[in-house]
Write a protein that binds this ligand. Structure first.
Ligand code: RDL
Ligand code: RDL
Length: 154
């Protein structure tokens, strides 16, 4: 059975990990290993450990960068680390970040955090089980969370 890793953070203000687990379970039977770390800068090594020590074939790294300038810097550093962990392990780590200032209020932020987690979960399922489904969506302007923007007309 394929193993999917889920890492999320205690810093985030919505339980994105649970949304991801719930979504994946609706589509496939895979073994899911979930861990939670304090914040986004802890996601790269946690993801790498899930791959190297627990045999995960793909990992989702979910987190919420705060709204302050230092948080955006932190998010950039975390992203760089996540990319490095992917290259070191030759394994996808799907980064699911929702910046705290992406939502206009708490309700919209919660909506976005849940929806982006769920939509990227479907990407994870497709990458692992049905990569040809993503090829069919090439160039279609997919977005995770809010509305898709669509292909260019012209
Ligand atoms: O390794 C412990 C912490 O440094 C780590 O958990 C950081 O990711 C925590 N953190 C910050 O220090 C920060 O300035 C976070 C943010 N901002 C942030 O915006 N989002 C986080 N963590 O998830
Ligand atoms: O690993 C999953 C995603 O994090 C990854 O696919 C990102 O490249 C998605 N993405 C963003 O998160 C973003 O803020 C993209 C953009 N912006 C962008 O401008 N163009 C993209 N992806 O192709």
């Amino acid at each position: 059975m394929k193993i999917i890793g889920i890492v999320d953070t205690t810093f985030a203000r919505f339980d994105m990990g649970s949304a991801a687990v719930d979504e994946i379970k609706q589509y496939v039977s895979a073994r899911i290993i979930r861990i939670t770390v304090p914040g986004i800068k802890d996601l790269p090594v946690a993801s790498k450990k899930l791959i190297e020590e627990q045999g995960c074939e793909i990992v989702m790294a979910l987190g919420m960068p705060g709204a302050a300038e230092k948080d955006k810097m932190c998010a950039h550093e975390a992203s760089t680390g996540i990319i490095q962990a992917q290259l070191m392990t030759n394994t996808h780590i799907i980064e699911v970040f929702v910046h705290e200032d992406e939502g206009k209020d708490e309700k919209e932020l919660a909506f976005l955090m849940e929806n982006r987690a769920r939509e990227h979960s479907r990407n994870v399922v497709d990458l692992l089980f049905k990569p040809e489904k993503l090829v069919k969506q090439a160039g279609t302007g997919q977005r995770q969370g809010f509305e898709d923007v669509g292909s260019l007309r012209g």
